[in-house]
Design a protein around this ligand. Structure first.
Ligand SMILES: [Zn+2]
Length: 208
């Protein structure tokens, strides 16, 4: 676990995607968890950390490299696991993934065979303050129910964008569910003027 900025840490145990930990006064919040195969390492890291109890896990979107170890963390901590409502419906198979690429990815990843956490759904229409000062905000485009987290000027953006050379960049086109929404989400992140952007993949960055 490495502190990136006061009260914000990157979790080294997670595999496949970045996972972060926020110390919010008397409780801790995890943002994303990596793939399922990293679950034991991630849980061991959290167990060894001197942090307030983990009460919440925010999953930015339903992709297996973000939600994969959420069930393991929930089993260890009893935390509430949050996911956008539209993504929860896709994960449960109630609606098909929004693009052909995503339908192929779903067949390969077989979420029905993976252990899934018990989910608490986030509104896709409005922001949710799950902990005082910590907002979870709809940020659709990569997936329909994608969210980002805001905490003390830091933006945890999941796969809404990558950060490179002081700019936000789109992920490769086939991974985007709705280009118009993705464009709007990038503009919205920029408008937040975050002091630090923490993406789901790649390194943290500041915007010019
Ligand atoms: Zn993703």
């Amino acid at each position: 676990m490495r502190e990136l900025i006061d009260s914000v840490h990157r979790l080294d145990g997670a595999r496949g995607a970045n996972a972060y930990l926020i110390e919010a006064a008397d409780r801790s919040v995890v943002v994303d968890t990596g793939v399922a195969s990293g679950g034991q390492r991630l849980v061991a890291e959290l167990r060894a950390a001197r942090i307030p109890a983990i009460t919440d896990v925010v999953i930015t979107h339903y992709d297996p490299d973000h939600i994969g170890s959420a069930a393991a963390v929930q089993r260890e901590t009893g935390a509430t696991v949050w996911l956008g409502a539209a993504d929860a419906r896709i994960l449960r198979g109630e609606v098909p993934p929004p693009t052909r690429t995503r339908r192929v990815m779903r067949r390969m990843s077989r979420p029905d065979r993976a252990e899934q956490p018990q989910l608490t759904e986030l509104s896709d229409d409005s922001e949710t303050e799950i902990v005082p000062g910590l907002l979870v905000v709809p940020a659709p485009g990569h997936t329909p129910g994608h969210h980002l987290v805001r905490w003390r000027g830091v933006a945890f953006i999941g796969d809404a964008a990558l950060v490179s050379k002081g700019r936000l960049r789109h992920l490769p086109g086939p991974l985007i569910s709705d280009r118009g929404q993705a464009d709007a989400t990038l503009a919205a992140i920029t408008a937040l003027r975050p002091r630090l952007v923490l993406p789901g993949h790649g390194r943290a960055g500041r915007l010019d």
